[in-house]
Write a protein that binds this ligand. Structure first.
Ligand code: CP3
Length: 356
């Protein structure tokens, strides 16, 4: 059953719980570091043969149940006019961030089929090598992209982003509309290039108060999902929406229209699933730091997650956020084998029913 990841996204029964890991291709792998020695990170992303090779590394090393295209959420912003570099130890830097409404008006309109053609080519190359194993395409979500575009890099408090949102609502919504269009077009292009599912990374949306998510973000996230669905029709793939620290946003997440919702480790999987509603599949939710712990603890935590999922169709095992640099490779292999050999528990009653 090579399509068990896609079946789980659609909440269809599977022979065992599928597993893949966010950021599964990365510096914790010696094979990745060997390639990275010869290229800069952006150069790897922009060279389709290299991006394809690196995408396949965790498939070959661990036999995970899905591939995710090797790329990053920020390169699509270059087409709008942002200057992007990755600095050692600092992560991404945008050198001309948005500071005023006129910076939004001055953004270029861009067609991701041209500006991010390298990732579309990489998807086509990888697809040929996968023998039917599902391939995941992805994009940053409008809010998380806007936060990088405004802060110019990572942030703890998102002060500039929130101030811009509160003080310049018209320019904010203009920026979010431009980003939503870019994201939707980019996801559609990835599906046309061979992606079987798409994940929208809203890594930092958990920094928002629910009222701010509702007033400044929700409609744009909904537009992305609705546009992908309506333009692709029957060919629309499962759509995964992922964020961290989202436990307080359940009511909003339910309205996005995604098929699958990501769950981080700050909430028990069954509690999150009951709040998100069983019409969604869920993906998660091991703390990535657990992979540094002894094997017995990794097994105990993974077992608990699988038991909390309760054999209900629609659970995809993953970490609650991307795998960390320096994670021991043999612990990753151990986790994948543990999950893949875990017998699916007989379906337990829904938490909602138990609590009634
Ligand atoms: C916020 C964000 C980014 N990028 C991404 C997100 C959303 C997911 C999340 O919240 O983790 C998404 C991403 N970035 C990368 C992937 C590849 C696919 C995968 O294997 O999951 C994916 C899905 C590769 C990468 N993206 C980056 C690397 C490391 C680059 C290197 O080799 O130096 C990789 C493998 C760089 C990057 N890119 C970004 C940061 C903050 C950094 C620096 C942090 C770091 O160095 O780990 C932005």
């Amino acid at each position: 059953m090579r399509d068990r990841f896609l079946r789980a996204c659609r909440r269809q029964p599977v022979d065992r719980t599928p597993i893949w890991l966010m950021r599964q291709a990365g510096r914790y792998m010696p094979e990745y570091r060997a390639v990275r020695e010869r290229y800069g990170f952006l150069q790897m992303v922009k060279t389709p043969e290299v991006a394809a090779e690196v995408t396949l590394q965790p498939i070959q090393a661990f036999g995970v149940d899905a591939a995710i295209i090797f790329a990053d959420i920020l390169p699509p912003l270059e087409g709008l006019g942002f200057q992007l570099t990755y600095e050692k130890g600092e992560g991404p830097v945008i050198h001309n961030p948005i500071r005023q409404p006129r910076d939004v008006a001055a953004l270029h309109s861009s067609d991701p089929r041209e500006t991010v053609a390298y990732t579309l080519t990489a998807l086509r190359l990888v697809k040929r090598e996968l023998n039917g194993l599902p391939l995941i395409g992805f994009s940053g979500a409008p809010f998380t992209l806007a936060s990088y575009a405004i802060e110019g890099g990572g942030s703890k408090e998102y002060r500039l982003t929130k101030r811009f949102m509160y003080e310049q609502p018209a320019a904010w919504h203009d920026l979010m509309e431009r980003l939503s269009q870019l994201v939707a077009e980019y996801l559609i292009a990835q599906v046309e290039a061979g992606a079987d599912a798409v994940q929208i990374f809203d890594s930092w949306a958990g920094a928002l108060a629910p009222a701010d998510y509702r007033d400044f973000v929700l409609r744009h996230t909904q537009n992305v999902v609705a546009t992908v669905r309506s333009r692709l029709g029957e060919a629309a793939p499962p759509i995964i929406y992922f964020g961290t620290d989202m436990a307080g946003l359940a009511g909003e997440l339910r309205q996005i229209g995604a098929d699958v919702l990501g769950v981080d480790w700050r909430i028990d999987l069954d509690v999150a699933w009951a709040q998100y509603g069983y019409e969604h599949a869920v993906q998660g939710n091991l703390d990535p730091t657990t992979l540094f712990a002894p094997r017995e603890l990794i097994a105990a935590r993974a077992r608990e997650i699988l038991q909390r999922a309760g054999g209900r169709p629609g659970h995809i095992f993953n970490l609650g956020h991307g795998i960390l640099t320096e994670t021991p490779v043999d612990h990753v292999r151990y986790l994948v084998e543990f999950v893949q050999s875990f017998p699916l528990p007989a379906e337990t009653p829904a938490l909602q029913e138990v609590m009634q």
